[in-house]
Design a protein around this ligand. Sequence first.
Ligand code: S5P
Length: 366
Amino acid sequence: MAVHPTLKATFASRAETATHPLTKYLFKLMDLKASNLCLSADVATARELLYFADKIGPYIVVLKTHYDMVSGWDFHPETGTGAKLASLARRHGFLIFEDRKFGDIGNTVELQYVSGSARIIDWAHIVNVNMVPGKASVTSLANAAARWLERYPCEVRTSVTVGTPTLGHFSDDESEDEPDAEPERPPVKRDNDGRKGSIVSVTTVTQRYESALSPRFNKSISEGDEVLFPGIDEAPLERGLLILAQMSSEGNFMNKEYTQACVEAARENKSFVMGFISQEALNTEPDDAFIHMTPGCQLPPDDEGKNGVLKGDGKGQQYNTPQKIIGISGADIAIVGRGILKANDPVEEAERYRSASWKAYTERVR
Ligand code: S5P
C-alpha cells in the first residue's frame, strides 16, 4: 500500500494545512518545541500533578491527566487544580488532555463533559471517547463543545442559597452592589406601618453573567508571574476530541471493524475530532489528516533493543519504543507515563524520551 502523505509531511507543513484550530496549534507547538512527547501524569495527588506539569512542561506538547485518580483535586473554577494546570500550560506551552474515555449514551457524556464538579471542558483542551456506545457519543460531545464555545463570551453562573437571608437581601438598592444580578426578591413581610418584618427562610436564585476575562477561563490565577510560552499565541478556544480507536492492552476487544467505525466517525465530525489514540496511523483516504497519539511507550534503560517489544507491566499493558511507535507505526505523539514518572530523574528521562521520539519523527519524514 502507498505511504500516506501525512507520514512524510513535517509537523510544520501539517500545521499549515490542518483545518481544526487546535490541531493546527498543536502541530505548531510540536515544531517550535521540537517535541512530540505527551506525559501521562498518572499520579496520586494534585501536588504531584502540578509538580510534574511544571518540571516536565518544557519537554512536552501534551499533558495527559486522569483527574479522577488524583486526590486533593481542587474543583474551584478560578483557583483550583484545573485552573492551575491551565496556567502552567500557557507558561510552558502544552495542551491539557483529560483521558476521560467518555463511554456512555450521548446525553450522559455531554453532562459529564461540561458539568459536575470537575467541569472538564473548562480546563481540558482535549478529551477522548471510548466509542463503544456508538457514534452518538461523538456527535453529542461535539454538540456540547459547540454550545460551550457559543456561550463562552458570557457564562451564566447560577447560585442558589437556601436559608435565613442576610441583611443584604433586603437592601432596597442591592442592584448597585451587583449590577448584573437578577435576584428573585424574597417575599418580604411588612408590618402594618410598612416596615420590614421578620422572615424565617427564603430561597434565592441568583444568575450572574461572568465575563470571558474571568480567570475561570484560564487567563490567570493571580500568581502574577504567568507568561505565555514565547513564540506561540494563546491556544485557541476550540476544544478537540481524540477517538480511542485501538488500545495498547493485551487481548483488548477493539478489532478492525471497530477501528474502522472510529475512523468513519472522525471523518464525519472533522470540526471536533482531532484524531486518534491508536497503535498505528489510521489516515488512508487522501483527505485524512488526523493526528495520532500512542500510549504503551517505554525506552529500555540503555537505548538498546530499539525496535524490539519491551516487557509489559504485568497488568496487561504492552510497551513499544518511540522508534517503533513513531518511526514504524506512524504515530505523531508518544504518550509516556511510568517510563518517566518512575525514573530516578524524571526530568532527565523526559528529555531522553523527547529526544528519541523526535529523532524517530525526523528520520521518518526525511
Ligand atoms: O490504549 C491505551 C489508551 C490509553 S489512553 N493504553 C493506555 O495505556 N492508555 C493510557 O496511557 C493509560 O490510561 C495510562 O494513563 C497511559 C499509559 O501509562 P504508562 O505508565 O503505561 O506509560
